[in-house]
Design a protein around this ligand. Structure first.
Ligand code: FES
Length: 345
């Protein structure tokens, strides 16, 4: 073929391959990773056809590993990653795709010795220096806090400016939301958010740290009738007045390990840790370790809702949205009105 009359190459720098064959991991997990990387490409401009640093994301059939997935390969570097979740993908995208440094602790196979990978961008139409700082800033903005704007403040200049700035920056991130305080409604508010997310066909789940595993409260019955809601009760109704604190502490650790597994592997868009502040406030779980774990492992787009009284200050500092429920009047105290189905439980 005469090359002068043939098609012209549009170069791209890297290709990220996601196996969605299904034997190494659920196809939905690979597809969610693919969608996430494609979104970051759009957020950073690395999807543009004429960008010589363009990154292609591709769902592919079996890559021949078939275990410990999701399996993700980056070419032309020849670097293969395993057990990739959304937190790992964020590291790969930021450190490897943008920063040019493969993430060693996630790699299980390399085609070339480190430092001897082929040049990542073909100089078909001339290369441009990669504006790493700009791309990192764009990547950070893409996962930064979506500052929730108070709808009641629509006439407020400051609120309008923040809304416009948020839209301009297209800020999006999975939020950590804390409902705390002495007043009623912490769990109820969290379940309201869950209903909203469920209505948007988002994947939602709840783990309750205090409720008895056989509890049949109205909200649990509602979740069953709605369907598609994972609801986990981990306790036997234990409380901070429990006679056996070893048992209480063990139950808290067991519940937290279930929650950790669901947060990493559950594929949720929104997950509620109901009454999670109590094991933190009473020291059954180490708050510093819990926050460090969340920092390292919470999928970037997962919304996490935590409820309960006595939210520790470092949890409040860690969260994106904190609401304190304050009791002004209550039917029990002073009026002697009993708890009623459909209202309290
Ligand atoms: S099924 Fe994913 S590598 Fe084979």
């Amino acid at each position: 073929m005469n090359e002068s009359t043939g098609p012209t190459m549009r170069p791209y720098a890297r290709q990220i391959l996601f196996c969605n064959h299904g034997d190494c991991a659920a196809p939905a997990a690979a597809e969610a990773l693919f969608q996430q990387a494609a979104q970051w490409n759009r957020d950073t401009g690395l999807n543009k056809l004429r960008n010589p640093h363009r990154v292609k994301c591709t769902l592919v059939d079996c890559l021949g590993v078939c275990q410990k997935g999701p399996i993700v390969a980056v070419y032309p570097d020849g670097v293969w990653y395993h057990s990739v979740d959304s937190a790992a993908l964020a590291r790969i995208y930021r450190q490897h795709i943008i920063g040019g440094r493969p993430v060693d602790d996630l790699i299980f196979h390399r085609l070339y010795p480190p430092g001897q990978e082929p040049a990542y961008a073909p100089k078909v139409r001339g290369d441009e220096p990669l504006a790493v700082d700009d791309l990192l800033a764009a990547a950070d903005a893409a996962t930064a806090v979506d500052t929730e704007i108070d709808e009641s403040a629509t006439n407020n200049d400051e609120a309008n400016q923040r809304r416009q700035a948020a839209r301009r920056n297209r800020l999006k991130k999975g939020l950590v939301i804390v409902n705390t305080g002495e007043g009623k409604g912490k769990t109820t508010a969290a379940l309201g958010v869950m209903t909203r997310a469920w209505g948007r066909k988002m994947k939602v789940g709840v783990i309750q740290f205090l409720k008895h595993e056989n509890a049949r409260f109205g909200e649990i019955k509602a979740a069953e009738r709605m369907g598609d809601i994972d609801w986990i009760n981990t306790g036997d109704g234990w409380t901070w007045t429990s006679a056996d604190m070893d048992e209480t502490t063990a139950r808290a650790h067991n519940a937290w390990s279930i929650a950790q597994d669901r947060i990493v592997n559950g594929g949720y868009d929104l997950f509620i840790l109901d009454e999670f502040t109590y094991p933190l406030a009473y020291g059954w779980l180490d708050i510093t370790e819990v926050l460090a774990w969340l920092e390292a492992n919470k999928p970037p787009m997962l919304h996490l809702v935590i409820t309960g009284r006595y939210a520790p200050q470092n949890l409040i500092d860690f969260a994106d949205l904190v609401t304190e429920m304050r009791e002004i009047k209550h039917p029990f105290s002073g009026q002697g009105i009993r708890a009623q189905p459909g209202i309290e439980y």
